[in-house]
Design a protein around this ligand. Structure first.
Ligand SMILES: [Zn+2]
Ligand SMILES: [Zn+2]
Length: 393
C-alpha cells in the first residue's frame, strides 16, 4: 500500500517516491523528542541503539525523553575498541536484542549506526527514528544501507526513517573530522551533477531536473555557509545537516544514488574496498569523497580541454555546459582553505598508488556512466590519469 500511495508523477517522466520522514534540525531539538514521539505512530516499546560516545552525546537524554513520552525503553550500547563497523557481528548483536519484539527502533549516532538500524528496521518491519550526532554523511534520509558482508561492502535495501532529529547543539560538538566529512559528501554533488548530465546525454539514462534542483540547493546552502562561518558554528552544522538530509531525500525520491554520487564516490568506494582488504581504516566516507571530488575536478578539466580541441561540436557544447557548473581545482582548494578543511591524501592515509589505481579501476565499482567511463571510451584515461597524478606525487 505504501508503495502505491508514495509514488508521484514528475515532469521528467519517472515516478518518484514521496519522502515521508519528519525532519527536525535546530538548537535544543533533543528536548522536543518526547512530544515528537508522542505524535508519531510508533507503539509503546522501543529498542534504542547507540555506542558509548553517542550515548554520552545524546543517547542518555533521548532515553529520558522516551520515558517521559511513556515508552518502555530497552537499550543496546555497542562497545568497541576502535570504530564500529556495520557488519554481521554488529547486526547479530542487534538481532539478539530484538527478542522482546520492540514496537520501534531508535538509532543514536551517524553513518554506521543509522545503517545498522535502518537495515534492521526494514528486515523486522518496524518503524525507526534517527537521532543524529554528527552531520557526517547524506545517508540519514536514504532507503539503502551499505553493510560489510564477508569482508566487502555491499548496499542493501533498507527503510526510510519515520523521523530524523538533529540537535545543532549536539552536532556542533561532533568531532571536527566528522563535520568535515559531511561537507565533503556535499561537495561531491558537483561531480554527481556533471556525471549525471553526462550520462544522460551519452547513454540516454533518465535525468530529473526537479531532483537535481534539490541537490543544487543542498550544495548551495553549504557553499554559502563555508564562506561565512567556521566548522563548529551552530549555523554551519545546521546548514550542513539540512543539506545532507536534502541530498539523502533526493536519493530516496529517485530510487538510487544517481543524484548524489558520481565518479568521486566511486573513487571513495574503491579506496574503501582496498582498505577493507588490508584491514585498514582510511578516514570517513565524506573525507574520501572530498578528495575524490578534487581529483575528478582535475579530470573534468583535462577532458574538457581535449574535447575543446576536438572536431566534435556536440561534445564541445556539452562540456562547455558541464564545466560552467564546476569550480576549477584552484577555486576548490581556495574554498576548502577558507573553511580550514583539508582532504589531503596523506591525512587520510591514501597513497599516490591508490589514487592511480582508483583512477583506472573505480569505473568498475558501479555500473554507472561517469567522466571516468567517458575518458576511457575516448582512449584518454591512462594518459590523463598520469597527468592528474602529478599533483599527488
Ligand atoms: Zn556519500
Ligand atoms: Zn523527476
Amino acid at each position: 500500500m505504501e508503495g502505491i500511495a508514495a509514488k508521484q508523477a514528475c515532469p521528467c517522466g519517472v515516478m518518484h517516491r514521496e519522502v515521508r520522514s519528519t525532519v527536525q534540525v535546530g538548537p535544543g531539538i533533543l528536548d522536543d523528542v518526547a512530544s515528537l514521539v508522542q505524535r508519531l505512530p510508533v507503539g509503546s516499546s522501543c529498542l534504542l541503539v547507540c555506542d558509548q560516545n553517542t550515548y554520552e552525546a545524546a543517547g542518555k537524554r533521548v532515553v529520558l525523553q522516551l520515558e517521559q513520552a511513556g515508552k518502555r525503553v530497552q537499550m543496546l550500547q555497542y562497545v568497541r575498541k576502535g570504530p564500529l563497523t556495520a557488519d554481521a557481528y554488529a547486526l547479530g548483536e542487534l538481532a539478539f536484542e530484538l527478542s522482546a519484539k520492540p514496537d520501534f527502533l531508535v538509532g543514536v549516532g551517524s553513518g554506521t549506526m543509522s545503517d545498522l538500524v535502518r537495515y534492521t528496521a526494514y528486515i523486522v518491519g518496524v518503524p525507526f527514528i534517527l537521532i543524529a550526532t554528527a552531520p557526517s554523511m547524506d545517508g540519514y534520509a536514504s532507503t539503502v544501507a551499505p553493510l560489510v558482508q564477508k569482508g566487502s561492502k555491499r548496499t542493501f535495501l533498507a527503510k526510510e526513517p519515520l523521523a530524523i532529529v538533529g540537535d545543532t547543539d549536539v552536532l556542533a560538538n561532533a568531532p571536527p573530522h566528522m563535520i568535515v566529512a559531511g561537507v565533503g559528501d556535499l561537495l561531491g554533488k558537483f561531480i554527481a551533477k556533471a556525471d549525471w548530465k553526462l550520462g544522460h546525454r551519452i547513454t540516454g539514462e533518465p535525468y530529473c531536473p526537479v531532483i537535481q534542483e534539490q541537490v543544487d540547493q543542498a550544495l548551495g546552502l553549504c557553499l554559502g555557509e563555508m564562506k561565512r562561518s567556521c566548522l563548529a558554528d551552530r549555523r554551519f552544522v545546521q546548514v550542513v545537516m539540512e543539506g545532507l538530509i536534502l541530498s539523502g531525500q533526493a536519493i530516496t525520491m529517485f530510487g538510487n544514488s544517481r543524484p548524489a554520487s558520481g565518479a568521486d564516490h566511486h573513487l571513495a568506494h574503491f579506496w574503501e574496498m582496498k582498505a577493507l582488504e588490508q584491514g585498514r581504516t582510511i578516514g570517513l566516507h565524506g573525507q574520501k569523497v572530498g578528495l575524490g571530488t578534487r581529483i575528478m575536478l582535475q579530470l573534468y578539466a583535462e577532458v574538457a580541454q581535449r574535447v575543446q580541441n576536438s572536431d566534435r561540436a556536440d561534445l564541445r557544447d556539452l562540456f562547455a555546459s558541464l564545466m560552467s557548473d564546476l569550480p576549477s581545482v584552484s577555486e576548490y582548494d581556495a574554498l576548502l582553505k577558507t573553511a580550514s578543511i583539508d582532504f589531503a591524501p596523506s591525512t587520510l592515509g591514501i597513497t599516490a598508488d591508490w589514487i592511480e589505481e582508483g583512477l583506472l579501476k573505480a569505473m568498475y565499482v558501479r555500473d554507472r556512466y561517469t567522466i571516468l567511463r567517458f575518458a576511457s571510451s575516448q582512449g584518454w584515461l591512462e594518459e590523463l590519469a598520469s597527468t592528474v597524478l602529478r599533483d599527488y606525487k
